[in-house]
Ligand binder design. Sequence first.
Ligand code: T1G
Ligand code: NAD
Length: 645
Amino acid sequence: MSVAIEITDQIAVVTIENPPVNAAGLEVRQGLWEAVDTLDADPQVTAVVLACAGRTFVAGADIREFGKPPVEPHLPDVLNKIEGAQKPWVAAIHGTALGGGLELAMSCHGRVALSSAKMGLPEVNLGLIPGAGGTVRLPRLVPPALALTLAAGGKPIAADQALKAGLVDEVVAEGLVDAARTRAKTQALTPTLTRDIQGTLDEGFDKTETGILRKARGQKSPKAASKAIRRGATMEAPEALAAERAAFTALKQDPQSAALRHIFFAERAVGRSARTKVVTPRALAQIGVIGGGTMGAGIAAACLLAGLKVTMVERDAEAAQAGHDRVAGILGNSLKRGLISEDKHTRLMGNFLSADRYDALSEADLVIEAVFEDMGVKREVFAKLDEVTRPDAVLASNTSYLDVNEIAASVRDPSRVLGLHFFSPAHIMKLLEIVVPERVADDVLATGIALGKQLKKISVLAGVCDGFIANRIMSAYRRECEYMLEDGALPHQIDAAMEEFGFPMGIYRMQDLAGLDIAWAMRKRQAATRDPAQRYVEIADKLCEAGRFGQKAGRGWYIYEDGKPVRDTEVEDLIVAESARKGISRQSFDAAQIMERILGCMQREGRTILDEGIAASPEDIDVVMINAFGFPRWHGGPMFMAQAT
Ligand code: T1G
Ligand code: NAD
């Protein structure tokens, strides 16, 4: 770690080097504090450039320090010292200037950014608000509504947007430090805090705030950030700074921030295996995808968007064309939404081939099977792949529930088979369960992990069992909810309790959206081997027998009137009748009782999964539940909640 100073032509360049993201840890703060004194005292120095080594400008305060007592110099004090320096400081921004990093840049007197740079205030994603003057300096550089979007929305903006808004003074395509040196020579010594507010808290501000707070659901920090920006844009700077610090300190103690910091690090800790530390992954340039249905198309699109070449193989020419069109639709949508440029779209489609012959896979490095959820079909597909693919090609199944060991047994060399369980839609959902069969080779496992990284997924390793981690826990709490229906609750009460807890959608709305027939088919498949001693609720089967397959059928757990779910007395009468048929006297449930039973069930199943070695750590389970089913991040996950109580 270092804060180095190099002086040429009376301009000092202060360079922070604190890999991997130049977090503003204690040594960085000390180095900057001393640099201000040193350079103020040096008569040879007329101005200062603040730059960072490595891949990015300061990406924030060092989050790892938050659990410990704060040590001086505190970041706000360092930033005030820079702002009060006797010589102008110009920040040279590249990479991602985030949180305390952007606050640091705003305490400088000028800012130059590389055109590829991004900047933002993501503290709300950690349950915090900016704590080093960001909510007071920002409205003095950009219009308050944009300041609100940055501080309460938590998403970064690009350099050109920052330039337009006044957050940076100049954007260059290259020669960042030289441009900053040139600007420093004439930079005015105007402290940001003395600048005028860049606009009023007008109707646009209120509309922006309403939109952001609606999305916040149960999370506290967006509202706190909005209040802080209001103060920053209306109060005298000293009072606003003091209020910001108080609000930041309070949030840092709040359980929501502890939960969000837990999941921040958990998502970066998962997807690693001691077995793959010293092995080299196999090649990953040519991907094969078998099946161009919902998942196959999504997986193919995800691989194409990551720059990989993809050959899709379907049953026949017609299905191959249908699969091709699904992929073209996904990439066309990305183009329409401006996520990819025209020429990138052309290039990606040029990397894609859809065929109805398996020998099109003779050069594939890794093939992902996404055909019907039927062991017979999958075994046939793998037997064909065994014939046509290179012996070193990795073979993966996207199965949701089936035994990957059994699938691996369909090929001569099972060590090249693993599970890669994507979630729908596969090109959007970040979670990837990497299912580890008994005989998989270390470098095959490493190849699966490498693919997850290349697709920018959050990968979690799972052992082989029915449903791996996500669907196994989902099956458990789906059962628990059905027990509650028989015991006295109604679908809308359970959904309301889950949504009040912070889930984007209750379990019955979710089932209606996904379709009840998939789970029905699975229950019928499992019927023969179901433990007769286990309580079984027939309500969902009865809905399916009545053709109530969910929103696509216009009715499921709810009736759908112009797309909106409405309670259905027919369903509620059916539920009451089932309780009576089972001799259960129905009881009432409040939201707390409902969530207690759901969380308790998730935690019990999670502990069993850990005991069986299906998941490596409680963090793996929290990461899965948050990224597969929208478990509210600000609660940290079911296992985090269990250890917090
Ligand atoms: N502090 C400590 N470690 C950090 C860190 C941080 N701020 N940001 C990243 N890391 C680690 C991360 O754990 C991982 O470690 C490695 O760096 C690479 O990260 C006062 C109080 C910058 C966009 O919220 O968004 O400033 O796993 O895998 O995908 O108002 O990291 O390698 O051991 O994510 O290229 C505000 C959080 C803090 C930014 C890079 N700042 N970081 O993404 O790499 S609060 C943030 C990110 C604050 C002030 C307040 C991303 C990234 P390891 P990575 P990446
Ligand atoms: P789907 O029915 O939409 O697509 C399956 C495709 O496989 C069809 O296009 C079919 O033509 C093709 N196919 C069947 N037999 C084939 C063969 N022998 N060779 C080539 N192509 C063949 O199914 P889906 O929803 O995409 O699911 C595919 C797999 O992914 C299943 O194992 C499923 O459990 C799993 N999965 C599904 C989801 C989901 O939400 N749909 C999520 C995760 C995993």
